[in-house]
Ligand binder design. Structure first.
Ligand SMILES: Nc1ncnc2c1ncn2[C@@H]1O[C@H](COP(=O)(O)OP(=O)(O)OP(=O)(O)O)[C@@H](O)[C@H]1O
Length: 607
């Protein structure tokens, strides 16, 4: 589906076709508030014309001597003034309520849509990120602005019709000329809206980079290197450079807007002056009454300002719809992982997981990361993956979790291709500690409990997982034990914040993985990389017990950690270079033996 990037008639039509979905969203979000808001808007629309009409009747009654017409006109004028005093405030209140309700609903729908993207590829696409950023802003405000635009346009059209009716009753030709004279404004404003939407899309990558540089300068994780390496000035300059590029594009559109507005202002002045000259001439010739002159002048200036507002409204609504198109595009984004029409049930692992001639690259224009991998992970066994940096170990793990599909070949679970089973069911059977695990700015208990959301409040299980990962004593010493916030940004009086060391965070992440110990497949990608020697030894023995009889995949650069694995697979440049158990690989005297001796020599030399 092609979406609006700021130009072209087809994309404009697409944007306008967003009116229906925006209105449906509004109705679903808050039907009653919306109905009340619509009613006050319509009442507001009738007020200015009613006032002009009551004033005309009043003046005509006074000047013609037909005084029986005076009381109803006076009462009408008072009531219209009262309503004019009350309705705007009521309208603002209702409008804000509608805006909040739609914003909540739109935000919820947006994040439901992004959660449906079950793989990683879309989130790694920069163009998708640009769109997502615009969609986040547009999702919050555009649907309610679109409703505003429609209601506001309706209100102004109603008011305008009233003024035109008054003018036509005085002189139809002048009314027609005044209306036609202002048509160019609409065309020019719409063209400007399109330019502005296109500019916003074009500057998005610059704004994203600007935000990135800005956040870096105050981020806690970056603060040490920034201070030590003196990086603040470099990134401040880069931030400003991106800002200047974005500002230059904004300035160009602002300049165009300035010229257009000046031209339109001039045109509207000419039309108004012409009408006034006619009205004065007609009054001198005695063609219109005093009430008629007052109605004409009021209707003419009213029509001018209403037309101006109408043009601005329409162009704003158009701009909002162009932005809303990004929101619709995100909602319509299909998952990067095709969903099987009738997913096969996936049971507990009985035989094993098989990779058959698996080729994988992250994008068609990038190099292959895995090149024809054939591998079996038998049920109840531990398979270790080793190899140099960039060999493809973590990528293989991501394919096991179906975060990507292989570009060629297949991964199967007891013979069932992962593409044919439900991705949620598959992931429910896997426990993983990723190499780049998350450190959540939440309480210690939540950091562990997230491993199994259903057990978030199961304290005995959380304690058991923490004990197994060797982090329980540290957590118990924290100011509020398991309820301590592990953050300096979100602490409050009830949950004083504390920060952990790198190795302690790693143990906490391991505890989170242990909470999923009833799963069929356990994957540990560098589980002890940040741990001290004693901690590593404790973790090793814990892991040994934990893995006994379970199917697991273990990645580690410390070859001592993997020597007990049933099968050790050495990956080199995305291919399996060799596999076997520790003794077999040492006897083969290949890459593994070379790396193992290299590490052992390091320890020997240190003695
Ligand atoms: N999300 C990604 N997008 C594009 N390329 C990627 C991505 N992740 C990894 N790569 C590339 O894939 C290759 C293999 O990376 P991978 O993380 O699988 O290696 P690894 O064997 O786990 O390395 P290490 O031992 O350093 O953890 C690398 O060249 C890397 O640049």
């Amino acid at each position: 589906m092609k979406h609006v990037e700021g130009g072209g008639v087809a994309s404009s039509l697409r944007a306008v076709s967003g009116i229906g979905p925006a209105l449906r969203l509004a109705v679903r979000s808050c039907p009653w508030w919306l109905a009340a808001n619509t009613a006050t808007t319509l009442a507001n629309a009738a007020l200015p014309v009613a006032s002009v009409w009551f004033l005309k009747s009043l003046l005509d009654a006074l000047t013609s001597g037909h005084l029986h017409g005076f009381p109803p006109a006076a009462v009408g004028l008072v009531l219209a003034s009262l309503a004019a005093a009350v309705l705007p405030a009521l309208s603002t209140y209702l409008h804000n309520e509608v805006e909040r309700a739609i914003g909540r609903r739109a935000q919820s729908d947006l994040y439901l849509a992004t959660a449906r993207l079950s793989g990683l590829a879309r989130l790694e696409d920069p163009a998708f990120h640009d769109r997502l950023q615009l969609a986040q802003t547009a999702g919050r405000s555009s649907p309610s602005q679109a409703v505003d635009g429609i209601l506001g346009t309706g209100q102004l059209v109603l008011t305008l019709t009233g003024f035109v009716a008054v003018l036509v009753s005085v002189n139809p030709v002048v009314a027609g000329v005044a209306l036609v004279g202002l048509a160019p404004a609409l065309v020019a404003e719409i063209a400007l809206s399109r330019k502005r939407a296109g500019m916003l899309w074009a500057i998005n990558p610059h704004q994203r980079r600007e935000q990135f540089y800005a956040q870096l300068q105050t981020s806690i994780p970056a603060a040490k290197e920034f201070r030590l390496l003196g990086l603040s000035e470099l990134f401040r300059q880069r931030m400003l450079r991106e800002r200047r590029v974005a500002d230059a594009q904004q300035r160009r559109v602002d300049g165009r807007e300035l010229v257009t507005q000046l031209g339109l202002g001039l045109l509207s002045m000419v039309v108004l002056c012409g009408a006034l000259v006619w009205a004065l001439g007609a009054a001198v010739r005695g063609e219109i009454s005093v009430g008629g002159i007052s109605a004409f002048v009021a209707a003419m200036t009213g029509m001018q300002s209403t037309l101006g507002s109408l043009v601005a409204r329409i162009s704003l609504a158009y701009h909002v719809l162009l932005m809303y198109d990004h929101y619709r595009a995100v909602l319509a984004t299909r998952s990067d992982l095709p969903v099987a029409p009738a997913p096969a049930p996936i049971g507990p692992l009985r035989e094993g997981i098989t990779l058959r001639d698996v080729w994988f690259r992250y994008a068609p224009d990038q190099d292959w990361v895995l090149r024809g991998v054939d591998l079996t992970i038998p049920h109840g066994r531990t398979v270790a993956l080793v190899g140099l940096n960039g060999a493809g170990k973590s990528t293989l793990v991501k394919l096991l979790c179906r975060l990507y599909d292989p570009s060629r070949g297949s991964v199967s679970w007891d013979g069932k291709d992962l593409r044919d089973v439900s991705v949620d069911e598959l992931r429910a059977r896997i426990g993983v500690l990723f190499q780049d695990y998350m450190s959540y700015e939440l309480s210690a208990a939540e950091n562990i409990g997230l491993g199994d959301v259903a057990s978030m409040s199961d304290r005995p299980r959380i304690h058991a997982a923490a004990t197994r990962a060797g982090i329980a004593p540290v957590v118990e010493e924290l100011p509020h034990g398991y309820d301590t916030m592990l953050s300096k940004s979100f602490k409050d009086d009830e949950s004083a914040g504390a920060l952990l060391s790198g190795g302690q965070w790693q143990r906490l992440a391991l505890a989170r993985t242990y909470l999923r110990d009833r799963r069929d497949l356990l994957i540990l990608d560098e589980p002890s990389s940040g741990l001290d020697a004693q901690a590593e030894a404790e973790i090793q023995s814990g892991l040994r017990r934990h893995r006994a009889g379970a199917t697991s995949v273990l990645i580690s650069h410390r070859l001592g950690t993997v020597r007990e694995a049933d099968v050790i697979v050495v990956l080199r440049d995305g291919r399996i270079a060799e596999q076997g158990d520790h003794a077999e690989l040492l006897a083969a005297d290949g890459e593994y033996a070379r790396l193992f001796r290299l590490q052992a020599a390091g320890y020997e030399a240190a003695r």
